[in-house]
Write a protein that binds this ligand. Structure first.
Ligand code: BGC
Length: 781
């Protein structure tokens, strides 16, 4: 791990000031509740990497540029906006501004605490003229009060009495360096907020703005509690269009301190007026003031206690991965906890990467984790998809298809992908959404969601497959001209992953429509339609290459020339930035797990021998130019018995952000890869599968690990699984008894723990990766 992160089981701490690392640590130290996101910038605003304050769903719109336009290309793009920054608290020590680029800092550390849900900072600073102060801060974005963030700020003179001036700001349209070379994007994001009003009185201020193109409105408010044992304090407040500021000046003696609690309230809407938004954020703010700082801390801790009680993963034998997996779970929780009918973006709310868009990352990687750890958050994310059904239906119509076609990337539900071979054509996202619905329903038996949202999502996605595919002259059901997860192979026929996922989609839609025939009838579904879905599912083409004894990823794939890995040097990865797409498309080279993802998610469709052969075949072709690959490779290499390799992949998924493996953490965390750390652990070494609503395990550890223990929730019960090299112990922590399976043997888990032996792994030939693309060998620290 980067030497400046300290390894500790429940915290991420960075000691010392490293200006170069700021952009990265602002992402890893970001706080969010899924509604508000604050990057981990310093209170004093500078030095900084990339400041960022985000509200989930708040974006600006811009025209998408095309050199050559085509029918059905989306016209508008969306970009997440850096909204009014409320984190800023500047400090003047006598007449010198606190700026860590000047003077010296004998002590400086920041700690993200996964149990308190706060970011703490402790800095001792000596100004250039020798004045010493200690600054201690703690901030949170509340999990319990969705519109609220708060900062507790304390400054203490360490030598003499000092005059301190603190300025607490709300700052809109913060100038930031453009991250893009495209002037149109830069223009849309330059000063994106237009002021509606600014107001300040006492210790409170409100700023309200709207965006020019998307027409969204937002309001931010702040209020303060000042604690100082001195009457000589002077305070002023002011507000102008883009800046509200509370200034407090005081003489503070040595041994005394000036403390400030800053409460922030945020809200946005596409419908509500600015005055209505102002009322909303002020009401939330008064609620937070009534709870108080200690109350907010206590609520935050209680929320996280409950989460860890259901979701914790313990790892014995690798302290760094123990930390990484909790860091991962904490950020996945932050991304999804209170999104509530909004998308979960690929970067969560930790940075502007991917323009703030949500992809299939959510349903295929993040929701499997949330479903078993905080199922309400999974439900809310799926409710968001449901709220966008009309847009998805309209999109399907534009594409001359039936049913619903969900966007490849979006903030508000409209397609924003300007590159159709790896956008529109990636129709598998629809089956991924359907699969997430089915998984959630199986895991929770949430009948209300099933009828209100689940049914319609499954019906409309099933209809899409029926219009995208067709029965050929032999009666086989083909889905031609689509792109699977591997973006280095585009617009192909019968992508095995897509076909198998579509088959699941069709079958579960038919089953649900039969269970709720009356509601299905209202959606226009009759028996004839469900029969057609089942026929198509049964007749679905699943390719197999008899000669090689493997599944080709798509039609003709195994006949293509192999990529010349030997002569592809390390610096030419990622390939998409260094080679033309046409060449990638016509060769055997795989960006990310595709067929191997089918082996995981549709594992009941393959024999163990097929899995072992397929894993070997695709290991030799997969370059992992996407962070969405390592976790799936961990799961499948573990299943076929390559436990050491699985351990390497697990580490890669878990450390993607902490080690900045893709050199882009500055733009935000890779939430799907973080979710992948959990998947690699629970589905990889725990062997957890959920085919057809049955929860099964097949645990096995790599030699380096002495134990993995995890918890999860399933149908109102909570279970704990403890895996050791020789045996696994299953415990029912709460709720009703469950039918589970261990390495293929069924058992009932009731009040007594069940302890079962772990069989030896299957012996399969060792796979090889493309030249230079093997994962780093994991050496536990
Ligand atoms: C991957 C996609 C993914 C996107 C966002 C791309 O590099 O190929 O599968 O959805 O990143 O994470």
């Amino acid at each position: 791990m980067d030497p400046s992160y300290e390894i500790s089981p429940w915290q991420l701490r960075w000691r010392g000031l490293d200006l170069e690392a700021l952009r990265r640590t602002e992402s890893t130290f970001a706080l969010s509740n899924g509604h508000i996101g604050l990057r981990g910038t310093f209170e004093e605003g500078e030095p900084r990497g990339l400041p960022g304050t985000y509200l989930n769903g708040f974006y600006e719109q811009r025209k998408l540029p095309y050199a050559e336009a085509g029918y059905g290309f989306p016209e508008d793009g969306q970009t997440v906006v850096n909204v009014t920054d409320g984190k800023i608290i500047r400090l003047l020590v006598e007449d010198e501004p606190l700026d860590m680029r000047y003077g010296s800092a004998p002590q400086h550390e920041r700690t993200l605490d996964f149990r308190s849900g706060t970011l703490r900072r402790r800095t001792e600073w000596i100004s250039p003229t020798g004045r010493r102060v200690r600054i201690t801060t703690e901030r949170l974005v509340s999990f319990t009060q969705r519109a609220i963030a708060a900062i507790h700020y304390t400054v203490e003179p360490l030598d003499d009495k000092i005059q301190l001036v603190v300025q607490s700001d709300l700052l809109a349209n913060e100038p930031i360096l453009s991250r893009t070379e495209d002037p149109r994007v830069a223009a849309a994001l330059d000063q994106p907020l237009v002021s509606d009003f600014a107001w300040a009185e006492g210790t409170r201020a409100v700023l309200a703005h709207h965006t020019r193109q998307s027409g969204l409105r937002m309001a931010a408010t702040m209020d303060h509690e000042v604690h100082l044992d001195d009457d000589g304090v002077r305070s002023e407040i002011s507000a102008s269009a883009d800046l509200a500021r509370l200034t407090i000046a005081a003489d503070v003696p040595k041994g005394g301190k000036l403390s400030l609690t800053k409460y922030l309230g945020y809200g946005w809407s596409s419908q509500r007026s600015s005055p209505a938004l102002r009322s909303q954020v002020e009401a939330a703010l008064v609620g937070a003031l009534q709870t108080g700082w200690d109350g907010l801390l206590a609520e935050q801790r209680a929320f996280l206690d409950e989460f860890w009680d259901t979701a914790d993963v313990e790892i014995e034998g690798d302290a760094e991965l123990q930390q990484a997996v909790r860091f991962a779970l904490f950020h996945v929780l932050q991304a999804g906890a209170r999104g509530e009918s909004r998308a979960i973006p690929a970067k969560g709310l930790t940075g502007p990467g991917y323009d703030g868009h949500a992809f299939w990352d959510t349903e295929s990687f993040v929701l499997p984790v949330l479903t078993y750890t905080i199922p309400d958050a999974a439900r809310d994310a799926l409710r968001w998809r449901h709220t966008t059904l009309d847009q998805a239906r309209a999109r399907a119509e534009t594409l001359c298809q039936k049913g619903a076609a969900f966007p490849w990337r979006s903030i508000n539900g409209d397609e924003c992908s300007g590159y159709w071979p790896a956008g529109t054509a990636a129709f598998h996202i629809n089956a991924d959404i359907a699969d997430a619905v089915t998984r959630y329903l199986n895991a929770t038996e949430d009948r209300e969601f099933e009828v209100e949202c689940g049914l319609e999502l499954l019906v409309e996605t099933a209809r899409l497959w029926m219009s995208l595919g067709h029965h050929d002259t032999h009666g086989n059901f083909r889905i031609d001209g689509v792109t699977g997860p591997d973006e280095y192979t585009a617009v192909v026929d019968n992508n095995v992953y897509t076909n198998l996922m579509a088959r699941k989609n069709l079958r579960s839609a038919a089953a649900l429509a039969e269970r709720h025939s009356e509601e299905a009838h209202k959606l226009g579904v009759d028996e004839e339609e469900t029969a057609r879905w089942r026929d198509a599912a049964d007749a679905m083409v699943v390719l197999y290459d008899e000669e090689l004894g493997v599944h080709p990823q798509s039609e003709c794939f195994t006949q293509h020339a192999r990529w010349d890995f030997k002569h592809t040097s390390a610096e030419r990865y990622p390939l998409l930035l260094n080679y033309p797409y046409f060449d990638l498309y016509r060769k055997q080279v795989v960006k990310q797990a595709d067929l191997v993802l089918a082996l995981h998610l549709c594992g009941d469709e393959f024999t163990p021998e097929q899995k072992a052969r397929d894993v070997n075949y695709y290991e030799a072709l997969t370059v992992r130019d996407s962070s969405l690959s390592a976790c799936t490779q961990a799961v499948m290499t573990a299943e076929v018995g390559h436990l050491e390799l699985a351990y390497d992949y697990f580490a890669e998924a878990a450390l993607t952000d902490l080690h900045d493996l893709h050199d882009n953490v500055q733009n935000g965390l890779h939430i799907a890869s973080l979710a992948g750390a959990w998947i690699a652990c629970i589905a990889g070494f725990g062997g957890m599968r959920d085919h057809n609503g049955k929860l099964t395990f097949a645990p096995r550890l790599p030699e380096e690990l002495a134990k993995i223990a995890f918890r999860m929730s399933f149908r109102d019960s909570r279970i704990g699984v403890e895996v050791r090299p020789e045996r696994a112990a299953y415990r029912l922590l709460s709720g009703k008894s469950l039918e589970l399976a261990h390495h293929g043997k069924q058992f009932t888990l009731a009040n007594e723990p069940v302890i079962l032996p772990i069989p030896a792994p299957p012996a399969n030939p060792t796979p090889h990766q493309p030249h230079g693309r093997a994962p780093a060998r994991r050496r536990p620290r």
